[in-house]
Design a protein around this ligand. Structure first.
Ligand code: FAD
Ligand code: NAG
Ligand code: NAG
Ligand code: NAG
Length: 584
């Protein structure tokens, strides 16, 4: 046992202050110059375990080059899609349609266009990383008030997927709420040279389509964000039991501007983040360098994964649950990577400037060290491999949903250890949006991260609990899946949850009538053509379908398609030893 514990802890023990870190690989790779290309995500594998092909790729450096690239594709009616410097979305968003499309990468479109300090407006090119945007804003004494917690994302990618932090205050936590203008390159008739730049200013109704677009309207070239004067935040994490969590969650978003909650279901604990804006004169130079986003030594990643696989395949619930206590305990001890001065943690609250607190991601910052260390999920290393499901439940329905999940947990708490092992379920607030593909109501977003096997169709321990939880959220409580996360089945019927989807499609038909920016995947999730489900043997094990037949699970290994235990309309792959023994 100690061996297993040691290996799981190893990366955490060794993580402190490595000089280097190999930056993530480019998701676009071409066999010959800029032709014969593949595109994948930062994880190296989409939910259906494929990567995508494209005939060629372009890397425009200017808006003119971008217009030329779109015009060339439009003239030839070739499929085209934007890829970014790291492509962090789990679903197949970055794939051009077919196999002979064109990839337009925004990795070289990462400059600041203008800063207007007086009006607090910042205009940047769409390939700029959140990290760089935060830096540029701070340099001008300004702050983007809300953002995702990981700064390796691009402006274009965050908008396309509706990425967010946590807040119900002001305009809320989604980056697209701060967009007051953008320039988007769309196909056009031959008379206009096959491509045009459309400039959308504040108040333009098309902005509600372009702000969250899944990349199907064209290529966003530049984005103007309305920022705020630099401010400071005060952060305290408080761990409590989860008995009153269902009710508390309904109120927490109103109490703290940046509040969130992490739930460790097996341990019955909730980690409440009390996080509020404070005056800039408040002392403190705190820094958020989240442990999970730091570079990890490759050796540690390999051994941690090997230990995790042994536990998953051959471990007992007791062993898995024992191991699952370590990450949360270690992170708590190290204050999740927060320090009061950039070096030492001396106690809560941690007070610091917004740009040092709002996001982190030092694993993309280091000098290349030839893969001695990397981000935890680097696809070149056979390290941790995981799914991430993200879905938003309307705040009004949260208490009932959470109470249901707690009932499911109480039936067999040990089945939830896998969630504890991944730092629990992260819950963040997102405000209702005017964006057609944004949230329809004030919501709480649930992020659930869990083990993924490298072997296709290999069942996971207690997969039924994850399946039931997700189906309950999506079907019983009408949750909206995060466009940039989740397994395929979560998107089945998703578009029907967006009251303004038809408005979005109208804009898409106007901007890109031939659908060159649309792909099989975008047509499936937008309800235009086909289904995101891929039905076949073991599809429910892979999250490609909801099972309706035992063959969609792994009957040979004792996993059968069964109703949920709390949400009985769910259909989940459940391990039933007795049945297996009977049949053998
Ligand atoms: C470690 C990690 C942490 C994360 N944390 C958060 C979080 O805190 N909150 C959150 O909401 N999400 C989070 N995510 C998910 C993330 O928000 C989305 O997957 C995401 O926004 C992807 O950004 P990207 O720049 O990698 O874009 P990609 O995944 O490369 O692209 C996403 C889509 O946008 C399109 N696109 C990109 N740029 C343009 C453009 N200029 N014009 C038109 N279309 C474009 C692409 O074609 C694609 O369809 C996280 C992901 C990871 C890996
Ligand atoms: C991509 O390939 C197609 C066909 O092979 C060609 O017509 C087009 O010009 C190429 N585009 C670029 C930018 O190389
Ligand atoms: C743009 O990207 C390049 C290459 O990754 C990088 O060297 C440069 O610092 C970035 N520029 C800005 C303004 O962030
Ligand atoms: C699990 O046990 C089997 C049988 O002993 C073995 O073949 C397999 O390699 C083990 N799996 C792991 C990941 O250790």
């Amino acid at each position: 046992m100690m061996r297993v514990l040691f290996f799981l802890l190893l990366p955490v023990l060794l993580l402190s202050r490595l000089a280097g870190s190999s930056p993530p690989p480019d998701p676009v790779s071409c066999a010959r110059g800029t032709s014969d290309c593949t595109v994948t995500s930062t994880y190296g594998s989409f939910p259906d375990r494929t990567i995508c092909r494209a005939a060629n790729a372009t890397f425009p450096r200017t808006e003119q080059e971008l217009v030329a690239a779109v015009a060339a594709a439009a003239a030839a009616k070739r499929k085209v899609k934007v890829a970014t410097s790291h492509s962090h979305s789990f679903p197949k968003l970055a794939c051009p349609g077919g196999r002979d499309g064109t990839i337009i990468s925004t990795e070289r479109l990462n400059r600041t266009v203008s800063v207007d300090k007086a009006r607090r407006l910042l205009t940047v090119e769409s390939g700029m990383l959140l990290r760089d945007l935060i830096k540029v804003a701070a340099g001008a004494g300004l702050a983007l008030p809300h953002s995702p917690y990981w700064y390796g994302l691009t402006v274009g990618g965050m908008l396309a997927t509706g990425a967010h932090g946590s807040s119900l205050w002001g305009k809320g936590s989604a980056v697209h709420e701060y967009v007051v203008g953008l320039r988007i390159v769309t196909p056009a008739p031959a008379s206009q040279g096959f491509a045009v730049v459309r400039e959308l200013a504040a108040g333009d109704p098309d902005l509600d389509a372009a702000k969250v677009s899944l990349g199907v309207l064209g290529v966003i070239s530049q984005v103007t964000l309305e920022l705020q004067p630099q401010f400071k935040r005060s952060v305290t994490f408080v761990t409590r039991d989860d008995k009153d969590m269902a009710a508390k969650l309904a109120a927490w978003g109103g109490l703290h501007e940046f509040g969130d909650v992490s739930w460790l279901p097996r341990q019955g604990k909730a980690i409440y983040r009390e996080d509020n804006r404070v005056d800039v004169s408040t002392p403190g130079n705190g820094l958020n360098n989240y442990i999970g986003f730091r570079a990890q030594p490759t050796l540690g990643l390999l051994t941690a994964r090997a230990a995790e696989e042994r536990l998953e395949e051959n471990g007992t619930d007791i062993a898995r649950c024992l191991a699952a206590r370590l990450p949360a305990a270690t992170f708590e001890l190290q204050a999740y990577g927060f320090t009061n001065d950039g070096v030492f943690f001396t106690g809560y609250p941690v007070v610091g400037f917004q740009h040092r607190i709002q996001a982190s991601g030092t694993c993309i910052d280091g000098r290349d060290d030839a893969l001695l260390s990397a981000c935890t999920w680097d696809s070149r290393i056979r390290g941790p491999f995981f799914y991430q499901s993200g879905f938003s439940v309307a705040v009004s329905k949260v208490p009932a949903f959470v109470a249901d999940v707690q009932r499911l947990r109480d039936l067999n708490p040990r089945a939830f250890c896998g969630m504890d092992a991944k730092m629990g379920v992260l819950m963040r607030y997102v405000k209702a949006s005017s964006a057609y593909l944004g949230k329809a109501e004030d919501s709480l977003d649930f992020d659930v991260t869990y083990y993924r096997s490298y072997a296709e169709g290999a069942p996971r321990a207690h997969a039924d609990v994850y399946d039931e939880l997700e189906q309950m959220a999506l079907r019983k409580y009408g949750a909206m899946p995060h466009w940039g996360k989740n397994r395929n089945f979560a998107f089945d019927g998703a578009i029907a949850k967006y009251p303004k989807a038809a408005e979005f499609i109208k804009v898409k038909d106007r901007y890109d009538p031939d659908g060159i920016f649309s792909s099989e995947w975008s047509d499936q999730v937008l309800g235009i053509n086909g289904s995101p489900n891929v039905v076949g043997a073991r599809c429910a094990i892979e999250g490609l379908c909801v099972c309706s037949d035992d063959s969609h699970c792994a009957p040979e290994q004792g996993y059968f398609c069964r109703p949920g235990k709390v949400y009985t309309e769910a259909r989940v792959c459940r391990f039933e030893r007795t049945r297996l023994v009977d049949e053998l």
